[in-house]
Write a protein that binds this ligand. Structure first.
Ligand SMILES: [Zn+2]
Length: 389
């Protein structure tokens, strides 16, 4: 039983909130202390602390020095690293690799999806634009041929949940329909689409904008490109990398305003260097130099993923961008959960949903993380008034 917390609920913030957990689930929400001792129940006094829903990251490549790829020990390490920062639901994002390597990575990661450690796999590349490839190896890019897409989905045994592609490539719109027919989210990104092409892609079934603004044709008043098309489409959720480097704050705030209250997904797009300090890293086969927390390709300086964690993205949204707590929580948890089709299970603090939550101090730094009703990072013991009599 968590008591006296500021609860970030879907409808707003409740001060002096009360939240009960039984097993994996949230069983009670309210305010006030609710009548004295609870025999046999551990009571945690969270006066002065904020409780938000566990974060849902739909776009992340690595962290804590490890990456999602063929090495599953590294994949487990990435999940642990981000969970300590409040991410209780994680998608594993791959980068462009040679096809046999990618198939092997997908097959391996699909086992972790079956185990419940991952919520799915997101393929970023190889079906992306050479002109907007960012930190993806241009030599390995390809068109989304039907058999190649089919083989990747098959190797995932249903675990591939999202594919980022440039729909202007030959076969792009057909691939969007192939993905959505298979229950896979089609995300438009790393794209040189015009506004009109992006509209066609949305009509064909695209529902996610992969890191809106980054690695896509820009917004011009006579050529508004994919950014305007995706911001104006009620069916599209837009991902934002809110690390203070990928986007100007005005762009972040513009996206929040234009997309309304429930179409922004905060993502990390983190690579292995997140939480691991500056230095030399690899992203796929490419060398990356991280300086002052900014990851750039060693050879051309192109921005190469982030070193962001979801708690930092959330904190920035509230403290720098002035987004209300409940809207920031929607962007960090509720909307990405809905995008993944698991919004009935996770993504908000509601009775009957999984007890995935983050406890934050007044400056919105993580002090505790609960996943499926168990503390993975326990709130400091002084806060726990121990078992009530
Ligand atoms: Zn990415």
């Amino acid at each position: 039983m968590l008591r006296h917390a500021r609860l970030v609920l879907p409808g707003g913030v409740v001060d002096d909130g009360r939240l009960a957990v039984d097993g994996e689930w949230i069983t009670e929400l309210g305010s006030g202390a609710n009548g004295g001792p609870h025999p046999g129940i551990q009571v945690v006094d969270l006066t002065g602390y904020v409780v938000a829903p566990g974060f849902v990251d739909t776009h992340v490549h690595g962290g804590g020095g490890a990456s999602f790829g063929v090495d599953l020990d590294q994949a487990r390490h990435v999940v642990d690293f981000h969970r300590a920062h409040g991410t209780t639901t994680t998608i594993a994002s791959t980068v462009t690799m040679a096809l046999p390597d990618l198939e092997r990575a997908v097959e391996g990661l699909s086992g972790l999806v079956q185990d419940g450690l991952l919520a799915g796999i997101h393929l970023e590349g190889p079906f992306i634009s050479k002109a907007r490839c960012g930190a993806h190896d241009p030599a390995l890019l390809r068109e989304p041929e039907e058999q190649v897409v089919a083989r990747l989905l098959k190797r995932g045994h249903g675990a591939v949940k999202m594919v980022t592609l440039a729909t202007e490539l030959t076969g792009g719109l057909r691939a969007v329909r192939q993905l959505t027919d298979n229950g896979v989210i089609a995300a438009l990104g790393h794209t040189d689409s015009s506004y009109e092409q992006a509209r066609e892609a949305i009509d064909a079934g695209v529902t996610v904008a992969t890191h809106l603004f980054n690695a896509m044709r820009g917004l011009h008043h006579r050529e508004p490109g994919p950014i305007a098309a995706m911001l104006e489409s009620e069916t599209v959720a837009v991902e934002l990398v809110n690390d203070g480097h990928h986007l100007h704050d005005a762009a972040v705030e513009l996206a929040f305003q234009a997309a309304g209250h429930d179409r922004v997904s905060l993502i990390t797009d983190a690579m292995s260097a997140a939480g691991a300090g500056d230095g030399r890293y690899e992203l796929g086969q490419l060398a990356v130099q991280v300086t002052d927390g900014v990851a750039r390709l060693a050879d051309n300086g192109s921005i190469a993923g982030s070193t962001l964690t979801m708690d930092a993205a959330f904190r920035r949204a509230v403290l720098v961008n002035g987004i209300a707590l409940e809207r920031a929580a929607a962007a960090a948890a509720t909307t990405p959960a809905r995008v993944l089709g698991i919004g009935d299970l996770v993504g908000s603090l509601e009775v009957g949903k999984r007890a995935d939550l983050v406890v934050l101090d007044e400056s919105l730094h993580v002090v505790g993380v609960m996943s499926r009703g168990r503390w993975v990072t326990e709130v400091p013991t002084p806060l726990t008034t121990a078992d009530a009599p």
